[in-house]
Design a protein around this ligand. Structure first.
Ligand code: NAP
Length: 315
C-alpha cells in the first residue's frame, strides 16, 4: 500500500538542531532534503550529512536561526537538553540569538522553556501534541512494548490475556498488534466512544470503573494513560505472575511500589521508538518535523513522496 504524501519546502530557512541521538541524523537529512540550511550542536556526528554545519557552540548553532529544534524528550526541569553528546542548556540568552521571529520545537514543554519563549515572544511548538507524529511513533512504541513483555514473560503473547489501558494513539496500535499475535485483548477506556472503537476492533471494552472485574484474569497489562490508573488496590487484584509494562510519560500510571510489594514485574518503558527502532524513529521525525515547520511558516508548494518509500529500512 502506498500513501502519496508531500515533502515540505523549507528553502530559505535556517534551522538549528540542538542535541539528540541517531534519530537527529535522519531528521537533519530530511530538513536538508526540504531545502533548509542546518546547523547543529550536541548532535552525534555519525551519519550526519556533509551539508549540515556542526557549530562550535550552541549559541553559534542558534545564531539567526528561523527554527530551533530540541529532541522529542525536550529538556529536564533545569532546562538542560536531555539527549545530547555535549551539554546544552536552553537559556533565554541562547534563544535570543535566534531570529526574532523564530519558532522553537520541543517534544516535551517544561515550564522554564515556556516562560523563556513567552518572554522573548518566540512561538513554542509542542511537537509531542502532533497527531501525525504520535500515530507514526505508536508503531515502534507498540513493537517495543511487546518486546519488553516478551522478555519479561515465560509464556507467549499468543493465547495470553492482555489489557491495554487507554484507547489513544499508542493504545489502539498496541491493542491491534497484540490481537494480530493471537492474544486475547481487553481495552480500558473512560469514555463511551473509546469503548465503542475498541468493540469495533474486536477488543473487549472495559470501563475503568469495572477494571476490578477483569484484572484478576490478566497476564499482561500495558498502560498508556499518563495518570495513576492502576493504583494500589487494583495492583493487588493482579496475579503475582502478571507483568505490567507502563508506556505513559513519567511517572507513569502504575503504583510501582505496590507492584514490587506484591512481587509483580512492573516496568516503566520510556522512549521506546528511539531504543528499539532509531532508524524508523528518525525517519518519522524527518517526515513530520519539516511539515510542522512549513505549517508554522505558512509556506505553500510541496513535492510528492510516498510514505512507505520513506519508511522502507533499506532506503
Ligand atoms: P493519547 O492519544 O492522548 O492517549 C491517551 C489515552 O489516555 C486516551 O485514550 C485518554 O482517554 C486516556 N486517558 C487520559 N487521561 C486519563 C485518565 N485520567 N483516566 C483514564 N484514561 C485517561 O496519547 P498517546 O499518544 O497514546 O500517548 C499516551 C502516553 O504514552 C503519553 O504519556 C505519551 O507521552 C506516552 N508515550 C510513550 C512512549 C514510549 O516510548 N514509552 C511512546 C509514545 C507515547 P480519553 O480519550 O478519554 O481522554
Amino acid at each position: 500500500m502506498k500513501e502519496a504524501d508531500r515533502v515540505a519546502d523549507l528553502s530559505g530557512l535556517s534551522i538549528c538542531v540542538l542535541g539528540g541521538d541517531r534519530r537527529e541524523a535522519e531528521l537533519i537529512s530530511g530538513l536538508i532534503d526540504s531545502g533548509a540550511r542546518v546547523s547543529c550542536f550536541g548532535t552525534p556526528t555519525d551519519g550526519l550529512r556533509s551539508e549540515a554545519a556542526v557549530a562550535p557552540s550552541a549559541r553559534d548553532a542558534c545564531s539567526g536561526a528561523n527554527a530551533v529544534i530540541l529532541p522529542l524528550s525536550g529538556t529536564d526541569s533545569s532546562g538542560n537538553v536531555k539527549i545530547t553528546s555535549k551539554p546544552v542548556s536552553i537559556t533565554r540568552e541562547l534563544l535570543a540569538a535566534a531570529d526574532p521571529a523564530a519558532i522553537v520545537l520541543s517534544g516535551v514543554v517544561r515550564p522554564c522553556l515556556a516562560a523563556d519563549c513567552a518572554a522573548l515572544g518566540v512561538r513554542l511548538v509542542d511537537t509531542g501534541e502532533d497527531d501525525e507524529l504520535a500515530i507514526l511513533n505508536s508503531i515502534p512504541s507498540a513493537e517495543g512494548a511487546i518486546l519488553m513483555a516478551m522478555q519479561a514473560t515465560p509464556f507467549t503473547i499468543h493465547n495470553s490475556n492482555c489489557l491495554v489501558l487507554g484507547p489513544g494513539r499508542t493504545g489502539l496500535t498496541l491493542a491491534r498488534m497484540l490481537q494480530a499475535l493471537g492474544a486475547h485483548v481487553w481495552g480500558a477506556a473512560r469514555k463511551a466512544p473509546g469503548r465503542a472503537r475498541l468493540f469495533e476492533m474486536g477488543i473487549a471494552p472495559v470501563d475503568f470503573a469495572d477494571l476490578a472485574h477483569c484484572l484478576p484474569q490478566m497476564d499482561i497489562v500495558f498502560n498508556t494513560v499518563p495518570s495513576l490508573v492502576l493504583d494500589r488496590s487494583l495492583v493487588y487484584l493482579l496475579k503475582r505472575t502478571a507483568v505490567i509494562i507502563d508506556l505513559a510519560s513519567a511517572p507513569g500510571g502504575v503504583d510501582f511500589i505496590a507492584a514490587a510489594e506484591r512481587g509483580i514485574h512492573a516496568e516503566l518503558a520510556p522512549g521506546l521508538p528511539g531504543k528499539v527502532a532509531p532508524l524508523t524513529a528518525g525517519r518519522i521525525l524527518a517526515r513530520v518535523i519539516p511539515r510542522i515547520i512549513e505549517d508554522e511558516f505558512g509556506k505553500g508548494e510541496r513535492k510528492v513522496r510516498s510514505l512507505d518509500e520513506e519508511h522502507r529500512p533499506g532506503r
